[in-house]
Design a protein around this ligand. Sequence first.
Ligand SMILES: Cc1cc2nc3c(=O)[nH]c(=O)nc-3n(C[C@H](O)[C@H](O)[C@H](O)COP(=O)(O)O)c2cc1C
Length: 441
Amino acid sequence: MPSVLTQLHDAVNHDPVSLTGRRLDWANEPDPYKHYGPRVDRTSLPVDVQATGGLHAPGLARLLRGALGPTAVLRRPGGQLHLRAWASAGALYPFEAYVAASGVEGVPNGLHHYSPLENELRLLRPGKDSHGDAASLRLILATRIFRSSWKYGPRAFRYCLLDPGHALENLVLLARALGFSPRVSLSLDDAAWCRQLCLNQELERPVAAVDLGGAFSTNTLGDPAEPCLDRDGVVSPAEKPEPKIVHAFQVTAGAERESTPDTPPESVPWGDPESLMGSRRSRRNFLPDATLGQAAHEAITGCLRPWRDTPRVSLLCQGVEGMQDGRHALDVSTGPLVKGELHLPMTGVCLGQEWLANAPLHVLFTANLAELESRSGPSGYRGALLRAGRLGQRVYLAAEALGMGACGVGAFFDKQASDLLALEEHERLLYLVAVGPVRKR
Ligand SMILES: Cc1cc2nc3c(=O)[nH]c(=O)nc-3n(C[C@H](O)[C@H](O)[C@H](O)COP(=O)(O)O)c2cc1C
């Protein structure tokens, strides 16, 4: 009997027979940035590269800009695209950040939208946290579904969680480096936050929050009965809900859970996370026949253990020093789970992305969905994908620190992946990130 989550996940599987290229509706291409009208008050954030973490505008500004901001410009026909500090499927950036601030120096009290392009806050709902006089600061991450579903259709459900997971990891790592003590929640009351932020739940869903001081809840700030100062900014002329994704978000909705301190990784191979976030890119030019040395392998795997088993992490090795070719559990004491040279067949599984064959290490994120559901209920699914994205971003940053390259892969034939990797009955591949030495950076 398939579990609810297995069915939900398999409903957006790719398979070689049914996969056909989607025709993109260019006239309806989503804007990667959200715009609000002139009635919204704006606060320009200071650029201070020396600012440290604290409940003040310069600390907040440095965090938001470093973790989420544009880091490169890609020229393309008809305009340009800003690439960001976090990886995103198809560079579509289906994610928005909001700031709930009360008593934060230099920031008006209330709920704001953060614009990474203008580096400004837009005040959507003024109001003070009613918990008392202590200052409080919360970041809310919401996924703007159509940006990704425009290109990927229902499969975008996974990217709408993996992508914000990448951004969330940047926020947590940089917050810690700046001296904040971030607390994370991966389970929010969607409906309550949508009311507060004036979001249409079918188009944009809050998926995670980071508390940087104090504790906000949906009922402490402003009166949701009062209208916002402006309605939700539209992102394309004919933005429309994707029914399968609306359903999937409904099924996986959970109760608001308190944020908890985030477990630091066991080992952090990078020095300055801010500069690594600034220079990180997806690199696919892996050197043919290159190997991955033991020190690099240990540095990468050392930063992948913060959560016990959600998602599960395994390693597909071909040319990793000291490791037999094949798929290994992260704790290698038991020997390979599957032996052999699997990289070439893996490129076929990943829709013929041939460059994957040259990356000696593929870090695989999987979850046994029936097990996850019986332990955490359907809402556990969101956490599994968000955390797979978080760990994926760590792999990118670790590769950058080691002078190597990394690239995430969300496009694969799901059933073929399960067969090749010999996954358990309800275990599914969620995401993978390929790592190795690259030709030129
Ligand atoms: C969830 C996810 C899935 C991705 N899937 C693929 C993929 O299948 N193939 C690929 O070449 N790149 C993939 N990427 C990499 C993106 O294309 C890349 O992040 C985006 O173009 C932005 O470029 P940048 O990472 O260099 O900033 C994926 C990234 C993410 C986060």
